[in-house]
Structure formats: C-alpha cells, structure tokens
Design a protein around this ligand. Structure first.
Ligand code: NAD
Length: 488
C-alpha cells in the first residue's frame, strides 16, 4: 500500500507502512469539516516495529560525528524554509490556525529550531578534571531511542522542538503527533529523508492516547518527551516509571500577566493581546490572568476593547483572518461552557463571549475574543486552563499582593510583567513561580532561550543548550595514574 492524499500511513524505517490492524481514523479541517486524510492507526505491533527501526538505526547515527549530524539537520531546516508555503498551508488546514500566523509561528520556528540544534550537534562536550590519583573525564552519550508525543496546537513546531535536540545529541526518535493534527509530522519525515537522514532515525506513528501510552510503557524506549495537558503528563510519568525512563513534560498553564501603573499601556495592551488571542487562545503559555493595577484598569480596558474590536474572525485560509476556529467542535463547546461559567459566576463580560458563524465554515466553532473584567481569584475561569480566547482581568493595588495572587495556582509555566521600573520588574519576576518569564513582552520564544514550566506545568526544558541536557546521559570515567594504593 502506498500513501495517497486520501490515506496517510505510518512512517517507519524511512518509508510509509500501513498499520497492521488496517484501521484508519479521519483528520478534518477544523473550519470546514472537509476530510483531509484518513490516517493509519498504530497499534502496539506497529509501535514495536517503529521502536525496532529506531533501535537498529541508533548505532550508526550516534557513531556519526556531530558535524555530520548537524549538516543533515541543517539541510532539513533549509528544506522547511523552501517548503514554507506548503507547510504553512498544511498547518492551517489540519489545525485551523490562521494562515497569517503559520508561516512564521509554525514553519519558521521549526526551521529555526533545526538550524539551532544543527549548530549545537558538534558542540556537545564532556568535562575533564585532575583529581587525587589521576583524572576523570565525562562522556555525554545519547540516551538511545526517544519517544515523543505531541499536542495539536503547534504540531510541526513541537515535532521539531522534540526531534531536533534529540537527533543532534545522537538519539533516534519515534514521534506520535496528536490525533487531531497528524499530517505535518509526516511531511517533516519525508523532508528529513530528502535531507539525508538515515532510515529509522526518525519514525512517525499515529494514533490516540493508547498509542502514546504504548510509547510511555515501551521497554525499548529510553526517554519520553510529552507536550500535552497536565493530566496526561501525570499518566505519562506514571507509565514511564515502569521502566524508569526519564521524562520531559511540557504541560498546561494558567499564567499571570501583571500590568503595573507605570507601564506603557499601549505596549501592555499589545502584550495582553499576544498573551490571549494568538492561535485563538490555544497556547499553553498564555497569560490568561491579567492583573491590572486598579489606577490604570479603566484606561487599559478602553484601549484593549478598541483593539479587540478590530480582530477579524474568519476562515483561517483568508490572509486577513486573525481568529480561526477552535481545533474541534468538542473543544469549542468546552470553551463556550467556560464563557457561560464566567457569565454566571459574576465576572463582567466586557467584549465577545459569543460563538459566531463564518461563511463556508459551518463545521467550525468560531468564538469571539472574549474579555471578562471584575474577575476574582476564586472563579472557575480564573483557576482552570481554558485553552481558548478568554481573558480574565483582575485588579490589584499592591506589589506583594499581586505576587501572592499570581503564584496562587498549581501551574508554573509562564508569567509576564509590564512596568517601566527596572528594579521592580526584576524583583517581581524573581518572586513569580514560573519557568518562562517576559518583561514588557509576552509569548515570544526565541530558540536560544530555555522553554519549560515548573510546578504543575512540567519538567525539563526545550530549546536552548539546556534542551540537550535532557537528551544525553553522562558517563564518568576515572583514569588512574601510577600504582594503586590497595588496602589489602
Ligand atoms: P492532550 O494531553 O490531550 O494530548 C497530548 C498528546 O498526548 C496527544 O498526542 C495524545 O494523543 C497523547 N495522549 C493522550 N493520553 C495519553 C496517555 N495516557 N499516554 C500517552 N499519551 C497520551 O493535550 P492536547 O489537547 O493535545 O493539547 C492541549 C494541552 O497541551 C494543553 O493543556 C496545553 O497547555 C498543553 N500544551 C503545552 C505546551 C507546552 O509547551 N508547555 C505546548 C502546547 C500545548
């Protein structure tokens, strides 16, 4: 069986293969409901085959020099850039993300990641130190076969963020994209082959939670890296414990954005928009709890509403669309239920709050960018991750108070502070319990900067040199000089 535009198979050992069960699942355009492809659904036997291919490819891949591995990753980054329009369109079709976003936010960021780790591949070094009786050195070695599991909101970017550092460090990879966005990872694998990646080094399996679980459980996998919800993260960690795999978990959040009275309000409004409405609000790091100093709250809201009013909801295929559909009708309903909870729970709806119809996109659930004011810390919309275009504005008067309230969450993914007072900016950031912080900006994620949460938002870092630490193990080697002074 070969792959066609209607059927997409698994990618194992550098080639398309059908799942042994012969089962398929549908992937659809979240805006129109159009069937994009039927995707082969992997079972345990297929995952065994993918792991076996990755294991067989490991020896030659890790024996290559970092320069050689980096050269292939670099070629792949160039191929992503050459196929920018095609990949951007694929992400738009499969994920419902506005085409105005996907070229840069998805394709360029994936290519940047490959390019960055292409450079890093040759710079992985050990240590050397003279000690009593000799010296020791350390060997950073690849972990082996990495199982990676992705979420649906940044499918190509997540595939790159996980595979690039893993491959640079000499590991081989079995990647499972989200069942809602299975297509771009397959295209990545095809391009990787074209770039010269040896067969079996990057394998793509498709399926649902059970396929992810088969990876977490698998005795032939040495590490699991997940991007997904907090509950999934806990399950993956528990499953990985059965074989004592290390885990990296990029999970959800309910991040605070704190706007002080001396902030440049236009900038702060830009930050709040970036923190809430990009990708329809389906971003893990979103700063959905917007704490605004009481003295500037009204001015902030006025400026904010004027900008939110201009956001265009529409077909994600249209170049001028700012806000596309929710990833699925089911997820759309969850977001709409949260909006109802906000309304009935006493928050003041400032703008938005409704589902809207979009011509030619009957399947899609399109939700107006929504701002609630007069929110309090105990509200459901303030405490739970919504993963949609819903901003909660809370007012504060005192720095210590806002720090305590901002930290009053199980999560610790991200945080932002807007102020012109440098001392305060760093002081407050120093107190906030979050893994990724921005001063006078929000949601910018340069590849050079470590990315990852703390507390209930996860374990480990992606991007930056730090990511490599999660894909190597350190072997310590003592070398004796002279005779051994044995006690016996
Ligand atoms: P999800 O947890 O439902 O699914 C994520 C992936 O895990 C999917 O591929 C899914 O098939 C798989 N999965 C589900 N159950 C599993 C199990 N028991 N064992 C192994 N794998 C399993 O998340 P989602 O709905 O795809 O994505 C949204 C969530 O992801 C949000 O909570 C969001 O905050 C989070 N997220 C985090 C980051 C980050 O970098 N921190 C980035 C994007 C999304």
């Amino acid at each position: 069986m070969t792959a066609s535009s209607e059927q997409k198979l698994l990618w194992i050992d550098g080639a398309y293969v059908a799942a042994k069960s012969g089962e398929f699942f549908d992937t659809v355009n979240p805006a129109t409901g159009e069937l994009l492809a039927q995707v082969s659904k992997a079972g345990e036997a297929d995952i065994d085959a993918a792991v076996a291919a990755a294991r067989a490819a490991l020896g030659p891949w890790k024996a290559m020099s970092g320069v050689e591995r980096g050269r292939i990753l670099h070629r792949l980054s160039q191929l992503l850039r050459e196929h920018r329009d095609e990949l951007a369109r694929l992400e738009m079709l499969d994920g419902g993300k506005p085409i105005a976003e996907t070229p840069e936010a998805d394709v360029d960021s994936g290519a940047d990641c490959l390019e960055y780790f292409a450079g890093q591949a040759s710079s992985i070094q050990g240590e050397y130190q003279e000690v009593d009786g000799g010296f020791f050195y350390t060997r950073p070695e690849p972990l082996g076969v990495v199982g990676a599991i992705g979420a649906w909101n940044y499918p190509l970017q997540i595939a790159c963020w996980k595979s690039a550092p893993a491959l640079a460090a000499g590991n081989t990879v079995v990647f499972k994209p989200s069942e809602l966005t299975p297509l771009s990872a397959l295209r990545l694998a095809e391009l990787a082959k074209e770039a010269g990646l040896p067969d079996g080094v990057l394998n793509i399996v498709q399926g649902f939670g059970d396929a992810g679980q088969a990876l977490s459980h698998h005795a032939g996998i040495d590490k699991i890296s997940l991007t997904g919800g907090a509950d999934t993260g806990k399950k993956v960690m528990a499953d990985a414990a059965s074989t004592l795999k290390t885990v990296s978990l990029e999970l959800g959040g309910k991040s605070p954005l704190v706007i002080f009275d001396d902030a440049d309000l236009d900038n702060a409004v830009s930050g709040a928009l970036l923190a809430n409405f990009f990708t329809q609000g389906e971003i893990c790091t979103n700063g959905t709890r917007v704490f605004v100093h009481e003295s500037v709250r009204e001015a902030f809201l006025e400026k904010l509403v004027a900008r939110v009013e201009k956001l265009k909801i529409g077909n994600p295929a249209d170049a001028d669309t700012d806000v596309g559909p929710m990833i699925s009708p089911e997820h759309g309903q969850i977001v709409l239920d949260y909006i109802e909870a906000g309304k009935s729970g006493g928050a003041k709806l400032v703008i938005g709050g409704e589902q809207v119809a979009v011509d030619g996109c009957d399947h899609g659930v399109f939700i107006q960018p929504t701002v609630f004011d007069a929110c309090t810390d105990d509200m459901k919309i303030v405490n739970e991750e919504i993963f949609g275009p819903v901003m909660s504005v809370l007012s504060f008067t005192d720095e210590a108070e806002v720090i305590e309230r901002a930290n009053n969450t199980e999560f610790g993914l991200a945080a932002g502070v807007f102020t012109r007072d440098l001392e305060r900016a760093h002081r407050v950031i120093g107190e906030l319990e979050a893994g990724i912080c921005w001063i006078n900006h929000y949601n910018i994620t340069p590849i050079e900067m470590p990315f990852g949460g703390i507390k209930g938002s996860g374990i480990g870092k992606e991007n930056s040199r730090r990511a490599l630490e999660h894909y190597v193990r350190i072997k310590s080697v003592f070398v004796a000089r002279g005779a051994i002074d044995a006690p016996y």
